[in-house]
Write a protein that binds this ligand. Structure first.
Ligand SMILES: [Cu+2]
Length: 146
């Protein structure tokens, strides 16, 4: 994209149009493993992730909202793990976290491989559930364009 003005007819501001993919997932206590404790009937969240590929790396940009947790959210991450399984952190999202948190990070091909395969998930951690209170699996990202 290029915006032209009379002062700068060749283009005044410019931004490269790059292939971007957006994933969205709902976070629920029922998806978390191991099973979280406490009154979790109203605990939920939404995570939106935009992936913009740049060669073999990519920029991830996200927004996380949540409500009904048992306490403060001390951290949220993207982990690597198939549905129903826990796995290691691959991208830290926030610590501590407030609902509405936004952020971004540049990631390498190893993270993209996980996201392409649908083996990434997001979870939010609380003091009552330090291993994770709500979780949402990220669907497989179509990132074939490079
Ligand atoms: Cu986590």
């Amino acid at each position: 994209m290029n915006v032209h003005t009379k002062t700068n007819p060749a283009g005044e501001i410019r931004d490269q149009v790059s292939p971007a993919t957006t994933l969205k997932t709902s976070l629920r206590a029922a998806q978390e493993r191991p099973k979280p404790k406490g009154k979790l009937g109203r605990a939920r969240g939404v995570f939106t992730l935009t992936i913009t590929k740049k060669g073999s790396s990519a920029v991830l940009a996200w927004r996380l909202t949540f409500s009904g947790l048992t306490g403060k959210a001390f951290a949220a991450h993207i982990h690597s793990g198939a549905r129903g399984k826990a796995g290691p952190v691959i991208v830290p999202i926030c610590a501590p976290c407030k609902s509405g948190a936004r952020g971004s990070a540049t990631v390498d091909a190893s993270v993209l491989t996980v996201l392409e395969a649908g083996r990434g998930y997001v979870n939010v951690h609380t003091a009552k559930n330090p291993a994770g209170e709500i979780r949402g699996q990220l669907g497989a990202a179509a990132l074939s364009i490079s």
